[in-house]
Write a new protein. Structure first.
Length: 312
């Protein structure tokens, strides 16, 4: 994409985001059939775009964010930005696979308690994760406490009756309302926009909430249609389903949870969680563009750099 076209696209994008009139899709974008979901290989039906999963043994939700079409007629470049779940359980073979990605930066959104329990990332030699914690409103601690209690009544009181779902919606709202959280997302976006920066990967524990919101914001900032960005967000359910089911089965078998299905609202991503964040965004900043500029502090030059670097 030429520099002149980049400037034009960014100007149009800024105007459209500011007044909330983003097209649903461009002529170059083929929408999937109604109700289409990703398969175990990460592929939607043939007429839709492909979600590019990177299969690993020690992580299940690792993907290249490239390949998506934008409503401006471009396509997000592959091999520059990756999203994932925690990398603390990578095998040696996984590390070899990750090494081939050529990463120059790994950003870890996990809080210290998650690192304490799950361990630091296992990465190729010479690569160290940058800790950039995004608050989970104490969810991880709550979850550890509920499971370790081993008491069905306590677990029901903490997670049942819609409380887990409400907790998740509150977490998503703080992605927007918390100045500290906004600063972490903004710093990552600036690094992604930096033309001197090599391929970058960001992650949290499950690669679905903090990582999911970061990916949604990035794709929308690149003019990927909202529906497409939403499908990328929801695809975590497909990639994580088998692993999360094993976790629940293990908790029941060990006797630590009589009803491990209480965890499902915490293990899944849901449209209403994403809606909680976008509704908060609209309430606080009026539009997605307002969130990018006023909330995250990204100027038009940075948004242009994102387009220049990531869209072809």
């Amino acid at each position: 994409m030429s520099r002149a076209r980049i400037r034009l696209v960014t100007a149009v994008l800024a105007s459209a985001l500011a007044i909330g009139t983003l097209p649903a899709a461009s002529a170059a974008y083929a929408a999937p059939a109604a109700g289409a979901t990703a398969s175990a290989t990460g592929r939607y039906p043939q007429q839709a775009e492909t979600i590019r999963q990177i299969p690993l043994q020690g992580a299940v939700n690792v993907r290249d964010l490239g390949g998506y079409r934008t409503w401006t007629g471009g396509q997000v470049r592959q091999g520059l930005v990756y999203r994932s779940d925690a990398l603390s359980k990578l095998t040696q073979g996984d590390i070899t696979t990750v090494s081939a990605l050529g990463l120059t930066k790994v950003v870890d959104f996990r809080i210290p308690m998650e690192l304490q329990y799950d361990g630091a990332d296992r990465l190729p030699a010479g690569l160290t994760a940058t800790s950039r914690p995004v608050s989970d409103l104490g969810l991880y601690g709550t979850l550890v406490g509920a499971i370790s209690s081993g008491d069905p009544a306590t677990q029901e009181q903490m997670l049942g009756g819609g409380r887990a779902e409400a907790y998740m919606r509150d977490i998503y709202r703080t992605f927007v309302t918390s100045p500290e959280n906004r600063a972490q997302f903004a710093a990552t976006l600036r690094e992604i926009a930096d033309g001197s920066q090599g391929p970058l990967l960001y992650h949290c524990t499950s690669g679905k909430d903090r990582t999911g919101w970061m990916s949604y914001v990035l794709l929308r900032a690149l003019a990927v249609p909202e529906e497409t960005a939403g499908r990328d967000y929801l695809a975590s359910n497909t990639f994580r389903a088998a692993y999360d089911a094993q976790v629940r089965a293990g908790l029941k078998q060990s006797g630590r949870m009589q009803n491990p299905d209480l965890l499902i609202p915490l293990q899944e991503v849901r449209q209403d969680y994403l809606d909680a964040a976008t509704a908060q965004l609209a309430a606080d900043y009026g539009s997605f563009y307002g969130y990018l500029t006023d909330g995250l502090g990204l100027d038009l030059r940075t948004l242009t750099k994102l387009q220049t670097r990531l869209v072809r």
